[in-house]
Design a protein around this ligand. Structure first.
Ligand code: MEV
Length: 307
């Protein structure tokens, strides 16, 4: 039984989404995590294999906070199944700690493959909810946007605690994702925002509601295929992310390089403090922006088109 799940990027609204504001995220379908479950010898139990990390462990020996072990236990509990004699193997194209949702993609792919192996396929809602429980182990207080966009594999307008709204995109949305080469420490970035917010609640409330307002405008721009407006809103979102302290000089340099080379808009994406930037590019302009991003120090640039 095989299953896979995509990566994700946040188009706008990261961080403020943790405090109840909306955000928009899109799947990165070309970067995927794949999970396979195969039968094993009777009595062997469930073996978990993270092939890219060269890690093998049996479910029985995993600590409660081991992400893949926790996910497998959640799935078995949800399905009222005992531990099967099987091998669950994960392969992922997704860079770890890059803000591209690799943890949630592992959970979603693994939950689907394991449930499929047990003959009880899971709905998007359930897969997302199970992956959210594991996200809490990784990140402490996640909004749930990563597991949601990855489980639905569609662009989503997301508000914490509410059913996601799947967005219809009628013209291709061309995005470049450029890796700064520094890991994105999601838990630390989210905790840092929380601590600064506690010492200056009014400043943070104002920035969060400005981001929430621009996310709503971005939704309209997206639905009307007004990519020039969407790009300007991404720029404005980046400026607000700088104000809440989650950008870095390297991320700012990449954002500026993308804009100068003709991107319609650019911003950091995900938790910041490292990780990736996102640039919205016009149909013909991508190669020039890709070149400019490498020249400005990006260690990898991916192109993704959402249709
Ligand atoms: C991480 O992909 C996005 C953040 O907003 C955290 C979250 O929503 O859980 C930084």
């Amino acid at each position: 039984m095989e299953s896979s799940a995509p990566g994700k990027v946040i188009l706008c609204g990261e961080h403020s989404v943790v405090y109840g504001q909306p955000a928009i995220a899109v799947p990165v379908t070309g970067l995927r995590c794949r999970a396979r479950v195969e039968p094993a010898m009777p009595g062997s139990g469930l073996l978990l294999v993270a092939a890219d990390l060269n890690q093998r462990t049996s479910l029985r020996n995993t600590a409660p906070e081991h992400p893949l072990g926790a996910l497998a236990r959640l799935v078995l509990e949800h399905l009222h199944c005992g531990e099967p004699d099987a091998v669950l193997t994960i392969h992922s194209d997704l860079p770890i700690a890059a803000g591209l949702g690799s943890g949630a993609a592992v959970s979603v792919a693994a939950a689907r493959a394991l449930a499929g192996f047990l003959g009880q396929p899971l709905s998007e809602e359930v897969v997302s909810a199970l992956a959210y429980e594991v996200e809490k182990l990784h990140h402490g207080t996640p909004s749930g946007i990563d597991n949601t966009v990855i489980a639905w594999e569609r662009p989503v307008f997301f508000v914490k605690g509410q059913a996601p709204e799947v967005l219809a995109i009628s013209a291709p949305l061309r995005l470049l994702v450029a890796d700064s080469g520094f890991p994105a420490a999601t838990r630390e970035a989210v905790t840092g925002v929380r601590q600064r917010r506690e010492s200056d609640p009014d400043f943070y409330a104002a920035r969060f509601s400005q981001i929430g307002a621009l996310v709503k405008l971005a939704r309209t721009a997206l639905e009307q295929q007004d990519f020039a407006a969407l790009g300007r809103l991404m720029d404005a979102n980046h400026a607000l992310l700088v104000e809440i302290g989650v950008s870095t000089p390297r991320l700012d340099t990449l954002v500026l390089a993308a804009r100068k080379a003709g991107a319609l808009g650019a911003k950091l994406t995900g938790s910041g403090m490292g990780g990736n930037i996102l640039a919205l590019v016009p149909m013909e302009g991508a190669p020039v922006v890709v070149e400019a991003l490498y020249a400005a120090g990006a260690v990898h640039v991916w192109q993704t088109v959402t249709e």
